[in-house]
Write a protein that binds this ligand. Structure first.
Ligand SMILES: Nc1nc2c(c(=O)[nH]1)N[C@H]1C(S)=C(S)[C@@H](COP(=O)(O)O)O[C@H]1N2
Ligand SMILES: [Mo]
Length: 342
């Protein structure tokens, strides 16, 4: 069974990863121990299973071309995954009639997990993958066995699969519960995050105090505010909206600003050391004197190639050289050009 690759184009606000590059996102290795390990199929099933590598070999093989869409805005189309359909495994385990959800649990130090509705996970053609582009799945990408759920943001594709559990009620996964990632995760509907968890009053109080240190202010709307010298070390600011704000001299060290909107913000001398700015948008922002050393820059945007709107970056903006490799080629080229000539 081989499906033809059909690149469907890019979902909203995604950009292509550098050709030949496959970023590692989240955990980087499984928990220590023997490999391969057996996979447990349990919960609401008539025939619980313990699948060894040799058992997986006996199930029908499938090979599918999958377009990877990471929530941090990079996409990698046409990756060939080979393995076994989840459907084949479940046909053997026989879900009970009350089973509505599937939870995948990882053999990782934090018992990472994710879940999907049973019907959906089957209809999407989910595979339990053993190889990728003709090679055994590398450990950092979930080998020996990972889940691949086509048509959902890649956080639904669990690395180092250890357990498949059938449930009557949903059980939120690690990112869904801790990071506010959307539980449905359809990239075409841009289901990245749940609605903001903070009230307008909480947001207003934080903005007035100019002290965000260590606070959970996900999705805060701080557009256009005068926040120069903001203290935001270690703040949780995923999906925050700072468009047009004055953030000169702001301290974002070790903050999580993934997918934050900083278009047109004044960020002169702002510090982003060791911050997570994956998927953040700095188009039109003033970044002179800003410091990005040690920050993670996967899928970060500094120039909008469609409109040509760009951040102001010059020799006073600090980056580590190797850090720039995390950017897509067009972004990296723009930043390198600015650092050299501006
Ligand atoms: N066990 C485990 N699985 C995981 C994660 C993780 O941190 N731990 N991260 C998820 C996220 S957010 C993404 S985008 C993909 C990344 O897979 P990759 O590192 O192979 O690109 O794995 C998903 N599966
Ligand atoms: Mo992700």
């Amino acid at each position: 069974m081989t499906r033809k690759p059909a690149f469907e184009g890019l979902p909203p606000s995604q950009q292509l990863a550098a050709p030949g590059k496959w970023p590692i996102v989240g955990e980087r290795s499984p928990a220590a121990g023997v490999s391969p390990w057996p996979i447990e199929v349990m919960g609401l099933v008539e025939a619980p299973l313990l699948l060894r590598a040799s058992d997986l070999e006996e199930l029908p093989r499938v090979k599918t071309s999958v377009d990877i869409h990471c929530v941090t805005r990079w996409s990698k189309p046409g990756v060939w995954f080979e393995g076994v359909h989840l459907k084949s495994i479940l046909q053997t385990a026989k879900p009970e009639s009350e089973a509505r959800f599937v939870s995948f649990v990882s053999r990782s130090t934090r018992d990472h997990s994710t879940s999907l509705p049973l019907e959906e996970v089957i209809n999407l053609g989910t595979i339990v993958a053993l190889s990728c582009d003709g090679q055994p799945l590398p450990s950092e990408h979930g080998g020996p066995v990972r889940v691949v759920v086509p048509g959902r943001y890649f956080y639904k594709s669990l690395k180092w699969l250890k357990r498949i559990e059938l449930l009557a009620e949903d059980r939120l996964g690690y990112w869904e519960a801790t990071a506010g990632y959307h539980n449905h995760a359809d990239p075409w509907k841009e289901e990245r995050y749940l609605a903001p968890t903070i009230t307008r009053q909480q947001a207003a109080a934080a903005i007035a105090s100019r002290d965000f240190r260590g606070l959970d202010l996900r999705s805060i709307d701080a557009r256009g505010h005068e926040l120069s010298g903001l203290l935001a070390t270690q703040a949780l600011l995923r999906d925050a909206d700072f468009q047009g704000a004055d953030l000169s001299g702001a301290q974002f060290d070790e903050a999580n600003l993934s997918n934050a909107r900083l278009q047109g913000a004044n960020l002169q001398r702002a510090s982003f050391r060791q911050a997570d700015v994956e998927g953040a948008d700095f188009t039109g922002a003033d970044l002179r004197g800003a410091d990005f050393r040690g920050a993670s820059l996967l899928g970060t945007t500094f120039i909008d190639n469609a409109t040509g709107a760009a951040a102001t970056i010059d020799g006073t903006t600090a980056f580590d050289q190797q850090q720039l490799d995390e950017l897509t080629p067009a972004q990296a080229e723009f930043v390198r050009h600015c650092l050299k000539v501006c």
